[in-house]
Design a protein around this ligand. Structure first.
Ligand SMILES: Cc1cc2nc3c(=O)[nH]c(=O)nc-3n(C[C@H](O)[C@H](O)[C@H](O)COP(=O)(O)OP(=O)(O)OC[C@H]3O[C@@H](n4cnc5c(N)ncnc54)[C@H](O)[C@@H]3O)c2cc1C
Length: 705
């Protein structure tokens, strides 16, 4: 048995590379500070055959805190169940079956109660009745694919309207455009490893619609709906966006998903780009830690996602596209989530279903109430938590103790989904993004999400350890200040988290418009924390990915209320316990040793009565997202008094197209998610291109400008 006290810095090679990079940065860099981008273009046309359509996506004591996580290595004290795990990242492991599932286990607990989105497609007037043949079915299937990517069935998105894809909104041209757009999306999604050419898109569409194909293809390409990602042929492609012109330069602040995606897209569009990142690693709130440790029988290791982890809905998800391009198998989070009473007994299935149904019904009632409130007394909002509790009392739901504990568990689950107390959530708008939810299974990526991050960051000019302190913007351009360095550019893209904007860590000169400052203040930004524990072996069973535990004390309902098992995907016997709501705040004030002891006490309360020994973990890690100065929290939510519009305001550029904003908290449709961050990066790359073109054409027509 070995106590591993080695402090493992995150990715030492990366740290070194960063230092090397920094020595190359001039003290007062001007435009020369930009890494020159290969201007060898191949006109963006890479002709490849598109393969046959497959529309379904393939699926101790604290040591040294790294950033703000606290890591402890604990020697195993229990070796009695020492059968060791093989660590296969991909295949399901053989069950040790210490905990055979009792019959009639409860269903999966999704992060939110979801509404479905796909129900109305057959009633869609965009598809005339006489086409409901095989062509009709194909159109439906293509429309479904486009819907899964976020396009409405029979109308245009705001982006499309802004891009003038049709001359008249709502006419026949629009209906035809939508069919063509859906077709192109579906065609590319059928083989995301290929570069879909305009000619290929034209092949299956009558020539009379060539203009529509040109328009739809250009829109989809420039907005990152097709030909995006990490397939080799796509990574190499360069568009000729600035033929004969000096390409503008852009400084991207932040190398999280939004910043990385935007930087890649801007480079492929022909911009000169550099990325400034305060940390010594890419990924931001996507952070995978390698955990390892040894005990009596040998050593174990696993990759733990301590930030963004689950791909919440794989249909249409751009990260699902990346997974296919990289050949990464996805692991569906299985639809079983047993809940345990404090005694360790499994919650009665009947009671569980009854309370879940009552909980959902109360939420429905709250939705109806708010509908009338919004219609009649427009500006009034109340906390979702208060409304739910009032309704619970009125309808006499969950009155005995077991039911109450179950009800509390659902509340904690909602607090996890929204990273805040229900008392902070806007009853009126907390779920404003529900209609856009990505459909399909919730999935894990084997080896953790850093696989995406590293692939996205590869060969990008990211300058680590550069903490941006201020951004000055004006009609001539932008200067970004980081320590004693200045970076001059034509445009800047700020992707820092809402927590950083709220804190005022970056000064904007001139000050951001009042409207934006108010939205930053109104929109919520909350906390979720995790304890990742690597055990010497899997004692909880291989057949589940999640389980939960109930508590008698309502005030601690979010404390380790849900466990994720990453045994199937992380490479080792890894359990992650979630801390949500009030408990997430308290958690950051406790020592990691005490927190881990508490989790173990809970786990032993569940498993010891079953005769299953819970060993000490060989390594444990406690996140501290609230204390992280590059995040100050976990993700955004709609606070009382805020609404989905605040996400849009956060996304607005300032300084007449000089400073742009991306990141999860700028995405009204997909906030608080990894894919939301990704899509916001794509969106802003397209916006930057639009503004750069506008500026280039106005300076060509008016060279004095
Ligand atoms: C605990 C936790 C669990 C989550 N679970 C899920 C999940 O299961 N599924 C899901 O889809 N999403 C989840 N999320 C949300 C998801 O991780 C985020 O929405 C997404 O990663 C945000 O990406 P971003 O690019 O917008 O921001 P970030 O990833 O935060 O990137 C912003 C970057 O800016 C940098 N930065 C900040 N300040 C400065 C500065 N002054 N100068 C220079 N650089 C700076 C930061 O270091 C960071 O790298 C979770 C998040 C957390 C914290």
């Amino acid at each position: 048995m070995e106590q591993n006290q080695e402090i493992r810095p995150e990715s030492p090679e990366k740290t070194k590379m960063v230092t090397d990079d920094l020595t190359n940065v001039p003290v007062s860099p001007t435009k020369e500070a930009f890494t020159p981008i290969d201007t060898d273009v191949n006109d963006g046309k890479i002709d490849k055959d598109v393969a046959a359509a497959d529309l379904n996506p393939t699926p101790t004591e604290k040591l040294q805190p790294s950033e703000s996580d606290e890591e402890i290595d604990i020697p195993s004290i229990s070796e009695s169940l020492g059968e060791e795990e093989s660590s296969d990242l991909v295949t399901e492991q053989q069950s040790l079956n210490p905990n055979p599932l009792e019959p009639g286990l409860p269903r999966a607990r999704k992060r939110r109660r979801r509404k479905r989105f796909f129900t109305e497609i057959n009633a869609n007037p965009a598809f005339p009745r006489n086409r409901r043949s095989s062509v009709g079915k194909e159109l439906d299937s293509e429309a479904l694919t486009a819907m899964s990517v976020g396009f409405p069935v029979n109308s245009l998105t705001e982006e499309e309207i802004e891009a003038n894809v049709v001359s008249i909104i709502g006419g026949k041209e629009q209906a035809n455009y939508i069919v063509v757009r859906n077709h192109i999306i579906a065609l590319w999604r059928s083989n995301v490893s290929n570069w879909l050419t305009r000619d290929h898109a034209l092949e299956s569409i009558r020539l009379e619609h060539k203009t529509l194909v040109d328009t739809a293809y250009k829109f989809l390409l420039e907005h990152g709906y097709i030909n995006f990602g990490l397939a080799p042929v796509i990574k190499e492609a360069k568009l000729r966006s600035f033929d004969g012109l000096d390409p503008p330069n852009v400084v991207v602040v932040g190398a999280g998903l939004a910043g990385l995606v935007a930087a890649r897209q801007l480079l492929s569009m022909g911009f000169r780009v550099l990325v400034l990142e305060g940390r010594d690693r890419p990924g931001g709130r996507v952070k995978t830690r390698k955990m390892k440790g040894c005990c009596g029988d040998g050593c174990v290791e696993a990759m733990a996602d301590v930030g963004g982890s689950v791909l919440t809905g794989i249909n249409g998800n751009p990260l699902g596209v990346l997974a296919r391009q990289l050949g990464l198998p996805l692991h569906k989070v299985r639809d079983i989530c047993p809940l345990y009473l404090p005694s360790g007994e499994l919650v009665d299935v009947g009671v569980d279903s009854k309370i879940e149904a009552s909980f959902n019904k109360l939420l429905d009632r709250v939705c109806k109430l708010r509908q009338s409130m919004i219609e009649e007394i427009k500006s009034v909002d109340v906390p979702l938590g208060e409304a739910l509790e009032t309704f619970r009392l009125v309808y006499g739901v969950a009155e005995d103790q077991e039911e109450r504990m179950l009800f509390d568990w659902h509340l904690a689950n909602l607090e996890y989904a929204n990273a805040t107390l229900l008392g902070n959530l806007s009853m009126a708008y907390w779920d404003q993004d529900d209609p856009y939810e990505m459909g399909g299974d919730h999935c894990f990526i084997p080896g953790g999400n850093e696989t995406f991050v590293h692939a996205l960051a590869e060969n990008l000019p990211v300058f680590y350890g550069n903490v941006v302190e201020s951004i000055r913007y004006g009609s001539d351009g932008v200067v970004v200040y980081a320590g004693d360095k200045e970076f001059s550019c034509d445009m800047a893209l700020c992707t820092v988290p809402l927590g950083v904007l709220k804190k005022g860590s970056i000064g904007f000169y001139p000050e951001l418009p009042e409207k934006k400052r108010e939205a930053i203040g109104r929109l919520g930004y909350g906390l979720l924390n995790k304890v990742a524990m690597l055990f010497p072996y899997n004692f909880w069973g291989e057949e589940i990915d999640t389980f939960g535990r109930l508590t008698e004390d309502s005030s601690t309902r979010g404390e380790f209320f849900l466990f994720y098992s990453y045994s199937s995907v992380s490479g080792g016997p890894l359990l992650v316990a979630l801390v949500a709501g009030d408990a997430a705040e308290r958690f950051e004030t406790l020592s990691p040793t005490d927190s881990v002891k508490r989790v173990l006490q809970i786990l032993r309360g569940i498993y010891h009565p079953k005769g299953i020994v819970v060993p000490d973990p060989v390594q444990a890690l406690c996140s501290r997202w609230g204390q992280d100065k590059f995040s100050y929290g976990s993700y955004s939510y709609v606070a009382v008094g805020s609404s989905g519009d605040d996400y849009d305001i956060l996304a607005e550029s300032v300084g007449d197209g000089r400073v742009f904003f991306a990141g999860e908290a700028t995405n009204k449709q997909y906030p608080a998610t990894m894919h939301g961050a990704f899509l916001s990066g794509m969106r802003e790359a397209a916006n930057i291109l639009r503004v750069a073109r506008r500026r280039a054409s106005s300076s060509t027509s008016n060279p004095a400008k």
